[in-house]
Unconditional design. Sequence first.
Length: 314
Amino acid sequence: MGKSIGYFSQFFSDKIQSNHDAISLYICICLCKKLRQLLIEREINSFDGYWHSLEQLLWCRLEKVMANHNESLRNYDFTKVNYGQKKQSTDCIKPHHVIRRYAEMTSAMIYCSKLTDPTPDACLHDILSKQQKEIELFITRYCSQLSPKEKLFFSINNYDMITSVLIEAHCSDARERDLFENLRQECVEVYVEEILKEYFQELVTFVKNTELLISKDNIEELKKNKETLKKVVNNFNNMWKQNIDKINKEILDSFSNFKNGTNILQFTFSHFIQYYQKLTKICTHKVFENDKNSNNLLNIHQIMIELKKYKPIF
């Protein structure tokens, strides 16, 4: 029996050392665990030493293969990417094929782990944590070639793709899914603030500055803002519909996942309404309440009716 086990150990060792497929290696680890559990349940000699040594070989090889993957991420040559040509289209902000492969491999491993044992696998957690950090650095390095707005588009699209792939693979409770969803949400919040500043700069700036003055009860400075209020209200009334349409077009053209895009659009409109409500509240302040420009404000319900036209119908 000892000779047979020694023969099989050597045979599998040779095969394992020539394997470069991380998923197949982890599947073999899961199979080893399952077979050992099955032998124990059936009260058969489980040859613990053999299975343990085989698992160790597989883990060592998996760590080596994953380390090679991480090294390839670090050594990725971004100079080969023709950003000038890509910027003529939306290719530079679309999900990257490397990120897609990472998401699929991660979801496959997590799913296999859940099938084998519902408790988290500490070794797998360590391996995936290292690669997750490399992926974050990869996205950061790629973004260094892009404009500030393109950075946000690229980051959101890729973080969304990772979370979508994990959810499709029934790994919605995975630590990686939560981590990348939080990163996506952080980028979305930054983007929403930036796009509102771009298309409604006067409104956003006036609201922020005036709220600060009100909090300090600086009446003299508030009075100086009366002329600014007139300009803000007039420009808003003239341009708000066109700007809303431009925001809708930019968001739906820039985010590859339609569901993600529509969610960001509604999130943007929610923040837009909040700014307008703040403007309405400012106009009720004693400095502005009798100002004729306050009466020129559009009814918020009129704005909300217009925004409903951009809501998805499914």
